[in-house]
Design a protein around this ligand. Structure first.
Ligand code: NDP
Length: 251
């Protein structure tokens, strides 16, 4: 009998998979049996080696997701390279920091375009393919700031709240078509994105005191949640935003 978390024969797409959380999720999906397409603007050769090391196929798909121009080509290329598209992980994201009173239109648009607009249109392009086949799994990477306000990151908070809302909307529209749409809300995860916070002794101590688990998460901490939401184990889970945060939101 097949294990409910087994992803053998599935094709996954992970955006922003050259580093950080995207790399952790790509490797976990490969270890569970999926072939993985790595989508991004920088070289994801290292992640591809890790996927191949897990015995799975890796495909590299170049795309800059600061605009929606490449999204249909991404879906078409993944299907051409790996023969299908069963799992989409929208992970690529950026953050811009400034006080709300000084926040610029450029910083607003850059974050919303990458973190929200491209996420929706990639869901749409992949969703059309999945709906035609009657099955598929979409996992959007949200944030603690899908639930909380944060400070000095207005476009990021708006984008991640938007991702949580979109996840629920798409689940509503597509659940009856065999598509699961869910999200993961990471807590403080040690990546390039958070390197400055980790390096700031005071901020680092404050963060660690506030996290019930008393440690930063690592990209591999997201792997189990991603495999669950990508697998048949989650077939009746819809529109959920799963916090993987060491207890941050429970506090
Ligand atoms: P990193 O900065 O380490 O990685 C971000 C990834 O997104 C990189 O692969 C980057 O590629 C890619 N990316 C950014 N812009 C684009 C673009 N225009 N086109 C294609 N790819 C792009 O971040 P994390 O791993 O920390 O974050 C991953 C996701 O998790 C993000 O959505 C983030 O908001 C979310 N998150 C992270 C948390 C954390 O504590 N780390 C907490 C909550 C959410 P490139 O190298 O080319 O820039």
């Amino acid at each position: 009998m097949t294990h409910p978390f087994d992803l053998s024969g599935k094709v996954a797409v992970v955006t922003g998979a050259n580093t950080g959380i995207g790399q952790g999720i790509a490797v976990a999906l490969a270890q569970a049996g999926a072939d993985v397409a790595l989508v991004g603007r920088s070289s994801a050769d290292e992640t591809a080696e890790l996927v191949r090391g897990a015995g799975r196929r890796a495909a590299l798909v170049k795309a800059d997701l600061s605009t929606i121009a490449p999204v249909q080509d991404v879906v078409d290329q993944v299907i051409a390279d790996l023969g299908g598209l069963d799992i989409l992980v929208n992970n690529a994201g950026i953050i811009r920091r400034n006080d709300a009173v000084d926040f610029t239109e450029e910083d607003w648009d850059a974050v919303i375009d990458t973190n929200l607009k491209s996420v929706f249109f990639l869901c749409q392009a992949a969703g059309r393919h999945m709906i035609a086949r009657g099955r598929g799994k979409i996992i959007n990477i949200a944030s603690m700031l899908s639930f909380q306000g944060g400070i000095r990151v207005p476009s990021y908070t708006a984008s991640k709240s938007g991702v949580a809302g979109l996840t629920k909307l798409l689940a509503n529209e597509w659940a009856a078509k065999g598509i699961n749409v869910n999200a993961i809300a990471p807590g403080y995860i040690a990546t390039n994105n958070t390197a400055a916070l980790q390096a700031d002794e005071t901020r680092n101590r404050q963060i660690l005191e506030r996290i019930p688990a008393s440690r930063w998460g690592s990209p591999s901490d997201l792997g189990g949640a991603a495999v669950f939401l990508a697998s048949s184990a989650s077939d009746y889970v819809q529109g959920h935003v799963l916090a993987v945060d060491g207890g941050w939101l429970a506090r």
